[in-house]
Design a protein around this ligand. Structure first.
Ligand SMILES: NC(=O)c1ccc[n+]([C@@H]2O[C@H](COP(=O)([O-])OP(=O)(O)OC[C@H]3O[C@@H](n4cnc5c(N)ncnc54)[C@H](OP(=O)(O)O)[C@@H]3O)[C@@H](O)[C@H]2O)c1
Length: 301
């Protein structure tokens, strides 16, 4: 498994990242989660992506419990977590409405809690989950800089920021942001054209990409774009050892020069193994553009 340096001074991550947003969907036991993480490690996937809000604020605790079952397991991993989205739920009936809060003090409190839940002294990367339109960038950065200084987070980044928001926050950081985690896949091409990926490439910042399979919509038989992609994938599969649409979709992301790290959404062993095989595929330029055209349903301009 290829390893990627996240920004000029950032941590080193596995090219594929295990995502935990849907982790509790099948109500796995701590033993089962532990088995999945060990399975990822065996395949070279050492980086785990989570967030305070996942599973209605339950996933981090479940992960912490699962990691504690194998002494030394946590130290073999790079943990990424995020905060900044606060929604009313069973755990938080006091909240009247969902809101973002990226003020430095609020993020710091969330990080403290994440560390307790994950049963660790620090995470390798902390991300501001979404831009908070009310937070001053200087304030957000002050909180992140303090967390870096205290060693509670080894690196800081953002998620779902646009180019201007990334630049603004970065200007106040004592150590540069190391990633922007964004939605990018065959059914969402905006990062190719809105400057997001260009900014990453220029800054030497590898983007992390969420929903690399469009959250499963890539396989929706009702979607015309998905049907066109299925046809295009079938037409080129022979050149890639019979690769599936799923695998070609990963290869399409991995081909971008900004070095995106797909955050995998499935916990099924066979789908994770299939993604690992896909990470070895190198798409020919013409096939990359053929998938672009199939997704868009039009010729490149
Ligand atoms: N930063 C952010 O704002 C943000 C937002 C969303 C997610 N994320 C991160 O990104 C990770 C991945 O997101 P995601 O879960 O949306 O990723 P995804 O890989 O695009 O979607 C996963 C979904 O697709 C389904 N799927 C996979 N392969 C399939 C196939 N061949 N046929 C039919 N369905 C298939 C999976 O079902 P099975 O589970 O049954 O395999 C699962 O429901 C999350 O876990 C999280 O860590 C971050």
């Amino acid at each position: 498994m290829q390893r990627i340096q996240m920004g000029p001074q950032g941590p080193v991550f596995s090219r594929l990242v295990y995502g935990t947003w849907r982790l509790l969907a099948t109500r796995p036991t701590a033993q089962e989660i532990n088995r999945r993480i060990n399975g990822c490690l065996d395949l070279g996937i050492t980086t785990v992506d989570t967030a305070e809000i996942y599973g209605k604020y339950e996933v981090e605790q479940a992960l912490g419990e699962a990691l504690a079952l194998s002494p030394g397991l946590r130290d073999k991993l790079e943990l990424v977590t995020k905060a900044g989205i606060y929604v009313p739920c069973e755990r938080h009936p006091e909240r009247r409405t969902a809101y973002y809060d990226a003020t430095g003090g609020r993020l710091a409190r969330s990080v403290e809690q994440s560390l307790r839940h994950l049963r660790t002294g620090r995470v390798e990367l902390f991300l501001v989950h979404r831009p908070d339109w009310l937070a001053r960038a200087a304030d957000t950065a002050e909180g992140l800089n303090r967390l870096l200084e205290e060693g509670k987070i080894a690196a800081a980044g953002v998620s779902n920021y646009n180019v201007a928001q990334f630049d603004l926050l970065n200007a106040f950081m004592s150590r540069p942001l190391v990633t922007n985690q964004i939605e990018f896949h065959l059914l969402r091409h905006e990062p190719l054209t809105d400057g997001t990926l260009a900014q990453c490439e220029r800054a030497g910042v590898a983007p992390m990409v969420w929903s690399p399979l469009a959250g499963g919509r890539l396989f929706d038989p009702e979607s015309p774009a998905a049907r066109r992609l299925a046809d295009a994938a079938a037409g080129m599969a022979g050149r890639y050892g019979g690769a599936s649409l799923e695998q070609l979709a990963y290869a399409w992301l991995l081909a971008h020069p900004s070095r995106p790290l797909p955050v995998l959404g499935s916990s099924r062993d066979e789908r994770i193994r299939s993604a690992v095989r896909a990470s070895e595929l190198v798409l020919e330029r013409e096939d990359w553009y053929a998938l672009w055209e199939a997704a868009q349903g039009r010729r490149i301009p």
